[in-house]
Design a protein around this ligand. Structure first.
Ligand code: HEM
Length: 338
């Protein structure tokens, strides 16, 4: 079946309308209160991650006092958990280690400042990371025929800037480029590993380990743009494999990567597949849906970034997306492939 590429997409070209669909507990921070608010910058030299990556044992750690701040309580939980890193950041005392404060604050933000829920989510993330070993996955070699051309990371920086706003990181999923559903999505575990590896590469570019500016419930510049490109899709129905892969990815990402999405663009959506958008939204938290932007024409994507602090960001994007930069295949980083 040929793709319905040339037809206009039936979805609104600008803001997606939030729905009251089934909410995922994660990533619901827009109205977060100030619990654990860390507005004051911390001037310390503890930005460097500690060298040790050995799992801690519960015996090494102390219980947080009941009147400890939410951040201190989350830190006690992390210390006791036995897995030493999150998103490539080796966790250390958030009193002095800004990157750890940022991560713990994101777990609070994702749960509207609700400490019990933040603890639960963080504990699950630490468990999942101990089992999944996502940092190791960035060194894993994936099968080229299954994944080549389907995922990229790009990073754009303002020269000389040390501000977090002076950097934009993008992940690109070119799902329209999938040649065989069976090859790419047939083995769900392998697909998830590849998708997680791509996310971890983006996190390496985001480089929270080097961050010096704490975040608050309202201010958080450490986030990633995401693009899904459905151009030239060669299958117009959602197969069970695609449904399984997408719903599982959404679940895993909402649980383990909270507060990392800046905005998400769905480009070149074939008109005939507009229904998929409505279906996928059922699995996504309403506050995340607010960040979604379906667009019929991928060539207009660059217009969305005129306000970035990174100068001429729109020109740096690939020409295919309305910029003047080289093709994604040239400027983007893929997972390791063979
Ligand atoms: C049959 C072709 C398609 C494939 C193979 C596919 C694949 C995927 C996958 C693997 C995900 C998981 C999230 C991720 O990887 O970031 C996803 C999410 C999603 N897809 Fe698709 N998709 C297809 C068609 C569509 C179409 C036509 C739309 C319409 C706009 C759409 C909208 C979405 C939405 C809204 C999400 C949720 C994103 C999120 O929560 O981050 N998909 N898709």
């Amino acid at each position: 079946m040929s793709a319905a590429e040339k037809q206009p997409a039936p979805v609104a070209p600008a803001e997606a309308v939030p729905t009251e669909s089934a909410a995922n507990p994660a990533d619901n921070a827009d109205n977060a209160d100030n619990a654990g608010n860390l507005a004051a910058p911390v001037e310390t030299e503890a930005q460097k991650p500690p060298a040790a990556t050995e799992p801690r044992t519960p015996a090494d750690t102390k219980e947080a006092a009941p009147d400890a701040t939410p951040i201190a309580q989350l830190w006690s939980l992390a210390e006791a958990a036995g897995h030493p890193e999150v998103w490539g950041v080796n966790l250390a005392d958030p009193e002095t280690h800004v990157p750890t404060r940022i991560i713990l604050q994101k777990y609070l933000n994702a749960n509207d400042g609700d400490l019990a829920r933040a603890k639960d989510q963080l504990a699950k993330t630490l468990d999942w990371r101990a089992k999944m070993r996502p940092v190791e996955l960035t060194k894993k070699v994936f099968a080229r025929p299954k994944f080549d051309g389907l995922g990229y990371v790009t990073r754009y920086v303002q020269e000389g800037s040390t501000e977090p706003e002076g950097k934009e990181v993008f992940t690109w999923n070119i799902y329209g480029g999938v040649k065989s559903i069976d090859d790419t999505f047939g083995n769900l575990e392998e697909f998830l590993e590849w998708r997680v590896a791509l996310m971890e590469l983006a996190l390496q570019d985001l480089d929270i380990s080097a961050a010096t500016k704490p975040i608050t419930a309202e201010y958080d510049p450490y986030k990633i743009f995401q693009v899904h490109d459905y151009k030239s899709i060669s299958f117009l129905r959602q197969s069970p494999q695609v449904k399984a892969a997408s719903t599982e990815t959404i679940k895993v990402f909402a649980q383990n990567y909270p507060e990392l999405l800046k905005e998400k663009f769905f480009v070149n959506v074939p008109a005939i597949m507009g229904f998929v958008y409505a279906f996928m939204k059922l699995f996504v938290a309403p506050k995340t849906i607010k960040k979604f932007h379906p667009m019929s024409n991928g060539g207009n994507l660059a217009l969305e970034f005129g306000e970035s602090k990174v100068p001429s960001l729109e020109e740096k994007l690939p020409t295919e997306y309305g910029g003047k930069g080289s093709a994604l295949g040239e400027q983007g980083q893929q997972t390791l492939l063979k």
